[in-house]
Design a protein around this ligand. Structure first.
Ligand code: ATP
Length: 511
């Protein structure tokens, strides 16, 4: 656990030192759970967006994009259920005065039991070696079975309590499980209360004329209210999707884990409209499509797992999360939800406008069902950064910090480094950048020794460094160094474009 916390701390300080992420308004001591993306952060973020947009919108004939306003008519949020039900159950520890999400405390307790199971499995695997049958073991080992039953019982009680808005039941579960505050260690809890997560503000400058509006807590509703606009103007045929990347705002109760949980964050969401009755087929399709998208990044197969929701949201008939093994442990990265026709029907009801599709093949009007995929851009950023960050001990006994960011997402693709600041080497380096910069984000660096410059590029994840030396002036060749292998080879300048492209082109992720 400590090791994990140390890793998060290291990632946070590395992100700050190299210009990826800064605490917001830091000169005023920052603002809780709010961060700014620096000069490298914005590049990485844009590349993640481009990867998502390309895969989801531009490579699907039947998915189009949208950029809806953050402010929406307040009735939108009444219709969507957010005004009445977008709550989290909160609980305070009376000794540490720290506030927690009650459901998260219970989830964390469950996670500890899960870790016990994993340890048991690991022990079994060591004991039986090649003969080990994990599936059998998980089904029959008495300790594993007992712990699985424990988890099922806790999940059952939590689901029941949350579904019936039984806050006393949630409190009792925390008491019965003897959950203590991680800060004070005490079990001295307040009652559990509901807290609405939407930020509200006033619209209009004339006193008395103002009305309450909300900062959107999700981008999805902008898609639903535009469903017919897009369908008609784009002549879209069901099944089709509408995708959007944009800011969302939630007044989170606890926001302590860097950019994992912020009060202002960005979502990449896609709503896929399907025929009623076909939603489960598409739900499975999007689960596997999204899994592939994540795994193509090569951050490590074992870093992902699916988690089915115990308590379904009021609008869903099936839902799961893709969880990622962040430095804080496995946590939600993306949600995939079968939202039924709930949202469109609610907007029909509240607006009095029909939101239906005429299906020419069935010769029938209906309100489509919806499958949603929703991934947090900032959580993707943290997933990439934390998985990419490592301190390597090299053969010569020295250490290097390297960010093995997937090349297509790296802020800079290539650094061009003149060996010295004279003899025309800087000019030659700049001429090389001038030829490459249309296709690749390049960095020029002439300060310090070549070794130090390589380390700097490793630390920001640049896949290639190209060194221009005196031989370059004679035969137009350069050395190109690979970030991951640290190998250096000499190649003609004319081959640079192709060598770099073969590694950094986003095409390789999208196939
Ligand atoms: P959690 O259970 O962690 O609060 P959620 O289930 O409420 O998340 P969704 O409503 O499904 O989240 O939102 C979709 C995605 O938006 C999440 O998978 C996550 O990646 C991202 N997201 C949600 N809340 C935040 C936040 N406060 N900060 C950063 N990203 C967020």
């Amino acid at each position: 656990m400590e090791q994990r916390e140390d890793k998060l701390k290291e990632v946070i300080s590395h992100a700050k030192e190299y210009g990826f992420v800064f605490p917001s308004s830091e000169i005023y001591d920052g603002l809780a759970a709010t961060y700014d993306y620096g000069q490298l952060g914005v590049e990485l973020k844009n590349n993640i967006k481009a990867y998502w947009w390309k895969a989801m919108v531009q490579m699907h004939e039947n998915i189009v994009g949208l950029d809806a306003a953050i402010f929406m008519h307040p009735t939108t949020w009444k219709a969507s259920g957010h005004v009445d039900a977008f709550n989290d159950p909160l609980i305070d520890n009376k000794d540490s005065k720290k506030r927690y999400r009650a459901d998260v405390l219970i989830e964390e307790h469950i996670e500890k039991i899960r870790q016990k199971i994993d340890k048991e499995v690991e022990k079994g695997s060591k004991k039986f070696g090649d003969d080990f049958d994990e599936v059998q073991f998980r089904a029959n080992n008495p300790n594993v079975v007992r712990n699985k039953e424990k988890i099922a019982a806790i999940e059952g009680r939590m689901k029941d309590a949350l579904e019936h808005n039984d806050l006393e039941g949630v409190y009792q579960l925390i008491v019965d499980l003897e959950i203590s505050c991680p800060i004070s260690g005490s079990k001295n809890w307040t009652e559990v209360r509901q807290f609405n997560l939407m930020f509200s503000t006033e619209l209009g400058s004339v006193a008395g004329d103002a009305s309450t509006i909300y900062l959107r807590p999700e981008t999805a509703q902008g898609i639903f209210v535009n469903f017919l606009n897009v369908q008609k103007s784009g002549r879209m045929k069901v099944p089709f999707g509408i995708a959007q990347i944009g800011k969302a705002f939630r007044n989170e109760i606890v926001a302590r884990q860097f950019i994992f949980r912020m009060r202002e964050f960005e979502q990449m969401e896609m709503q896929f409209f399907v025929r009623p009755g076909e939603e489960m087929k598409w739900y499975e399709y999007w689960k596997s499509t999204r899994e592939k998208w994540h795994k193509a990044l090569n951050l490590g197969e074992k870093l992902y797992r699916f988690h089915d929701h115990i308590k379904l949201a009021h609008y869903a008939n099936a839902a799961c999360d893709i969880e990622f093994n962040f430095p804080m442990g496995f946590k939600e990265l993306e949600g995939i939800h079968s939202r039924t026709d709930f949202d469109l029907k609610q907007h029909e009801h509240y607006s009095g406008k029909k939101l239906q599709y005429f299906d020419p093949e069935l010769n029938q009007n209906y309100v489509p069902f919806v499958i949603e995929t929703s991934v947090g851009l900032d959580r993707m950023f943290l997933a990439v950064l934390s998985a990419a960050y490592s301190n390597e001990l090299l053969e010569d006994g020295t250490e290097r910090t390297v960010l093995s960011i997937p090349p297509a997402l790296a802020p800079y693709k290539v650094a061009v480094l003149p060996l010295t600041k004279k003899d025309g080497l800087p000019e030659k380096a700049r001429a090389i950048i001038d030829a490459l910069k249309f296709d690749f984000n390049c960095q020029y660096d002439e300060k310090d020794s070549i070794g130090k410059r390589y380390r700097r590029q490793d630390a920001i994840g640049t896949p290639f460094s190209v060194t221009v030396d005196h031989q370059t002036l004679e035969d137009n060749s350069v050395t190109i160094r690979d970030r991951d292998t640290m190998e250096q080879v000499r190649i003609p300048v004319s081959e640079l474009h192709q060598v770099i492209d073969s590694k950094v082109n986003m095409k390789h992720l999208l196939n």
